[in-house]
Write a protein that binds this ligand. Structure first.
Ligand code: ADP
Ligand code: GLC
Length: 490
């Protein structure tokens, strides 16, 4: 049995701010249980819902040195849907109203979490062959495994992987403070190790020291080797390209299933959507105070409201978009300028635009199920899960061809009658607008074509199956095993 530990700062269903939580919470369920024992460790945040906190079982606690500090490490556990989860408890670090706060606090918080996650292992008696880290918050782990932890028998042969979910966030702070927090010797703070552009950089440390580096789509794995997407680490990504691969994300097909989803008004399938999907649209129009109109083109957005997601393009075209024959439903939180922009247009175009500036799992499912199209014109997108959810619900994505969006949405080709959505190449507001209008034209004038697009979208398979197999291959390779022979072609 090969043992793997996922270390993540957020994990569904316990705590989520974005797609990282979806991945860390769902992927572990899809490994072959006969060959892999995959467990997950995360912080026990005070902001986690009581529902989950009440179900955690106390395991033990100990005190751990973090440089000159001595800190309490509590360990709790819970088994959920067949997966063993561990939680690191420390009320000083994990007390905020959200998982992340100011970066200078987070820098110490996640140094603590990274070291505590490793220190907890001998105590709970779980000795993973591979520690699978996610994003900058866990970037110190590969470094620690090569440093002090390496001296102990328990950790000596442990391999590490880091998956980059977003290269923009790197966990950067000044060297002096990070040395003081981590207690790591000066040796590590050099440009070929943890230092980048004069500062300490957790993600860089992870990328340099991990035995393998992955990111969440093939296209993003290529893009980050270029200056435009490389976030000043493109040189490092090129240098590490032998160890770098892209494995596209999946989504939890049980959780996101229009046939069984309890959060939506009316369940439907690839066979019944022509009759039933519309009932979700009607219910959402009623719920959000939009004009009751079956035939109007309804466009959805569910997103963090940040520049990454292309909201400056939307802001630029918003007035013109609203003058089209469409409805726009937005669900998201983030930068104030975008929150206010959507509030303004919801006021100006009442009955046409609905701005829901909050976080709601339930409403997100309704948007995926009810809309005709889903707009996601990202500036960059490591993978993107929202477009996969939309495809699953037969809501056609309109995306920019970048990262995972390029790898998962097949643009409509009216001559060959292929495609699962609509896309454009350049980060340009008019290109986005043109593509939206083109999609709208198909919706209004060629309904049969539109429905065939839905047939193809719903027939796509972005469940975890094939990507989990790719991670399994990677784990085997890292542990020096031969790849499994491919099944002979039929
Ligand atoms: P990212 O991780 O960059 O935010 P993804 O597309 O990978 O983007 O994942 C976003 C996830 O967060 C999806 O599951 C999406 O449904 C969810 N989400 C984003 N904003 C909200 C919101 N306001 N309410 C509910 N879910 C949201
Ligand atoms: C990040 C990326 C997103 C990706 C998610 C899960 O938040 O922004 O594109 O889908 O991680 O990997």
């Amino acid at each position: 049995m090969k043992k793997v530990l996922f270390v993540s700062s957020e994990v569904v269903p316990f705590v989520k701010t974005g797609g990282l939580a979806d991945v860390a919470g769902s992927l572990p369920k899809y490994f072959d249980k006969k060959e892999f024992d995959v467990r997950v460790i995360l912080p026990k945040y005070l902001c986690m819902s009581e529902k989950w906190k009440n179900q955690l079982n106390y395991v033990t606690h100990f005190y751990m040195d973090l440089s000159w500090r001595s800190q309490y490490v509590g360990i709790l556990e819970m088994k959920y849907e067949g997966i063993q989860f561990y939680f690191i408890d420390n009320e000083y670090y994990f007390a905020g109203p959200r998982p992340y706060g100011n970066i200078y606090q987070d820098i110490e918080k996640f140094a603590f979490f990274s070291k505590a996650a490793l220190s907890a292992l001998p105590v709970i008696g779980f000795q993973p062959d591979i520690v699978h880290c996610h994003d900058w918050q866990t970037g110190l782990i590969p470094v620690l495994l090569k440093d002090k932890f390496h001296e102990g028998e328990f950790f000596r042969n442990m391999k590490s992987i880091i998956t980059i979910h977003n290269l923009k966030f790197q966990g950067v702070w000044d060297v002096k403070t990070v040395r003081d927090i981590t207690g790591l010797p000066a040796y590590y703070f050099a440009p070929d190790k943890l230092e980048a552009y004069g500062d300490a950089n957790y993600l860089k440390g992870g990328i340099v020291y991990a035995d393998a580096v992955t990111t969440v789509s093939k296209t993003y794995a290529e893009e980050i080797k270029t200056p435009f997407y490389g976030e000043r680490l493109d040189g490092l990504m090129r240098a590490r390209s032998n160890c770098l691969s892209g494995i596209v994300n999946g989504i939890d097909y049980n959780e996101y299933n229009p046939e069984t989803d309890p959060l939506i008004e009316k369940n439907y399938s690839a066979k019944t959507f022509r009759k039933e999907k519309i009932k979700n649209k009607r219910a959402l129009q009623r719920e959000l105070g939009l004009e009751q109109n079956d035939s109007v083109f309804m466009v959805g957005i569910v997103s963090r409201l940040t520049d990454q997601k292309g909201f400056d393009l939307i802001a630029y075209m918003m007035d013109e978009m609203c003058q089209q024959n469409l409805q726009l439903v937005v669900l998201g939180t983030g930068e104030e300028k975008y929150e206010n922009m959507f509030r303004h247009f919801a006021w100006k175009y009442q009955g046409k635009v609905s701005a829901n500036i909050f976080y709601s799992e339930a409403l997100s499912h309704k948007v995926y199920a009810s809309c005709d199209a889903f707009l996601m014109p990202s500036l960059f997108e490591p993978c993107g899960l929202s477009q996969l959810m939309s495809l699953r619900y037969g809501t056609l994505p309109i995306v920019r061809e970048t990262g995972g969006l390029k790898d998962t949405v097949i643009p409509y080709n009216e001559y060959e009658s292929t495609g699962t959505g609509f896309s454009f190449a350049n980060y340009n507001a008019h290109e986005m607008f043109f593509t939206l209008k083109y999609a709208m034209g198909i919706y209004y004038d060629k309904k049969r074509e539109w429905n065939k697009l839905i047939d193809r979208a719903m027939a796509m398979d972005f469940s975890w199956g094939s990507s989990a197999r790719k991670y399994e291959e990677l784990y085997r390779r890292l542990l020096g095993e031969e790849p499994k022979a491919e099944a002979p072609a039929q």
